[in-house]
Design a protein around this ligand. Sequence first.
Ligand code: SF4
Length: 445
Amino acid sequence: MEGKYCIITYGCQMNESDSERLAGQLEELGYHSVAEPDGADVIIINTCAIRETAEQKVYGKIGELKHLKQEKPDVLIGITGCMAQKNKKALFERAPHLDFVLGPYNIHHLKELVRAGSKRSAHVLKTEMRGANIEDFTDLKAARKSDVFAWVPIMQGCNKFCSYCIVPYVRGREWSRPLRSIVREVEELAAAGYKEITLLGQNVNAYGLDFGDGTNFADVLRAVEEVPGILRMRYMTSHPRDMTREMIDTIAACSKVVTQMHLPVQHGSDAVLQGMNRGYTIAHYRNLADYIRKQIPAVVLTTDLIVGFPGETEEMHRETLALLQDIRYDMAYTFIFSPRSGTPAARMTDKVSAEDASRRLQELMQVQNAISLERNRDMVGQVHEVIVEGPTKNKPENWFGRTSGNKMIIFPYADGMRIGDVLGVRADAAQTWLLRGTPVEEKRS
Ligand code: SF4
């Protein structure tokens, strides 16, 4: 078969990884990728359902594709990702020009669909939540965007049911990929010269719980640590409820595991954490953070925060501000609560006004940005190992890379510099979100 495909990806790293596995199937069929849907024979929108706005954006994009189907009836247009799982056949009712809807656990059916062509595939819906085995889709060949950095999904789904989150309803229960399958993929990546892998899961710390045999996330870290050739191992996303001392000790002991640890706290008040059904207290979280800092002194701790959650008072908000001052994160991703239909929090009544929510967000960012800048200033004058990622968007004469702590450092391009090079870069200046520096050491390539 010959043809062109275009995959439009919204949302998280898991969707990025799924899109690479969709692309891999099409390339095995002889298709090649194009950046724009015009002229493509297969068009896939890999969707995100994390917020109401995300869905509206996708419906807008689906609408734009209608004329392509009218002009070229044989073009195949499909929806995958979390909106596919959430909305199922309603997508066909809203957009009859779609050919197929595949849920996250059914992306491995793409090849047979494409082989069958548009006639056979009119309105094919595949959203079964539990197929034969997870390897059906995790072990698909991936057409990766990078040949230095790679996503490696280790599990799917989440059992936590945070009251504001749609993920458990669209990604199902925690479902771990067999360790041998993960190690096999990492070995293939190492043999292909990949330097950095990111272990992916909605909650990686819950890895193996569904096996019921004591296997856990630390086993994945230890197994990947043994694979020669991989330089760095990142992992996301962690959950304070399932992060154990054994995992922290293993992270400390493994030389390839990065110093960045993203540990979403979401809020500084126990009352709000209860409303969110996060399943831990701030005392528990503080103990965890203290142990992490003791075991991994160079840790770069980052987090997620939500303001304006129903029932949040001024006093509770100040508890979050106090937590930031104490924990001193290197970076925090901050969001205003947005009700997600289908989640318990969307039915909560005690709403925070938009005015209060945005003022509180400003206060959070002000406190956190000052801390982020101080922490970056502490790095000035030191040499940091970075893996070169390429030219910056605005100034191609400036290239950038990231430290083990996932800090971006911008430095001037030098002749012979290549993406994937590992350099020692001395940090010369700090900003809130990045550093500027000078390459001083050719580490290894
Ligand atoms: S841990 Fe909570 S926020 Fe994260 S994916 Fe699971 S339910 Fe959603």
